[in-house]
Design a binder for this molecule. Sequence first.
Ligand SMILES: C[S@@+](CC[C@H](N)C(=O)[O-])C[C@H]1O[C@@H](n2cnc3c(N)ncnc32)[C@H](O)[C@@H]1O
Length: 270
Amino acid sequence: MSTTVNNTSQIKAYWDQRALNAAESPKATTDDIYLRELEIKTFTQAIRGLDLADGSVVVDVGCGDGFTTCHIAAEFRQLKFIGVDYSQAMIITARKRLSNMPKLADQYLEFRVGDATSIETLFAPNSVDVVLTDRCLINLASPLAQYDAIRQIYKILRAKGHYLGIENFTSGQEELNKARTAIGLMEIPVRWHNLFFKEDEFRDTLQSLYSDINIINFSSSYYYTTRVIYSKYCQMLDIEPDYCHELHQLAVNLPPIGMFSPIKLAVLAK
Ligand SMILES: C[S@@+](CC[C@H](N)C(=O)[O-])C[C@H]1O[C@@H](n2cnc3c(N)ncnc32)[C@H](O)[C@@H]1O
C-alpha cells in the first residue's frame, strides 16, 4: 500500500475556514457547483437502484455544508438521513441550510459532528443501510486511514447494505492530464490536502471484505468538456475559466464516455 501521509490538523483547519468564508453560499465545499449537481444526480440514481425499504437509514460521511445531503433527501422522503462532518463550522451551516428548507421539515434528517476515522463509534454495528461519502476520504491523512475508514463503514452497514463513495482515483487524473498535455495545457496537480485512491489497490484491499465492488466513470464527459475543451478555449482566448460557464451546465447532462475524470463512483456491497 502507498505510504503518503498528509497533515490532518491543517486539512481540518482548511475545511473550517472554507465553511466560515462561504457562510451559506453553495460554494463551501466546492467551487464547481455543476459537478456537485452531477454528483447529486449520480447518487440519486444509485440509491434509487437499491430499492430500499421505507425507513432505511442513509449516512452521509463528510457531508460538509449539507447541500448534497439535503438535495438527495428531498428525493427520498421515505428514508432517514444523517449527515456527519468533523468540521463544526460545516455542521452549523448544514443545520441552517436545513432550517431554510421547510419542505424537509417533516423528514428525518439530522446533522452531527463526527469523524470518518472513528465512524464506528457514532453508529452501532449493522445499523445503517447506505453510507455515502462525497470527496471526503480523499482528505484523510494516509491510505491506511482511508482503508480503515472503509473497514469501519463496513462494520456499521447492515447485511446487504451499500457503501457509495464518490472519491478521486489516480488513473482518471492521469488520463485527464494526458488529454490536456496533448493539446498544450498544463497538467492539473493533486491538491495539497488530497490523497487520491489507486484503483487496483482499492479493489485488492477491499475485495476480501465487501462482496461486490463496482467503480463507475460517471463524470468522464463532464471533465473532458470542462477541463480539456473549455480549458483550451479559455487558453486560446486568454480568459480565466469560470466554473459557472454554460459549458459546465451543459456537461452535466452528457452521457459518460471515456475515463477522463479522477472522480468516480465506487459501489461496494456488504
Ligand atoms: C470536498 S468537501 C465535500 C463535502 C460534501 N460531501 C459535498 O459533496 O459537498 C469534503 C468534506 O469532508 C469533510 N471531512 C474531511 N475529513 C473528514 C473526516 N475525517 N471526518 C469527517 N469529515 C471530514 C470536510 O470537513 C469537508 O466538509
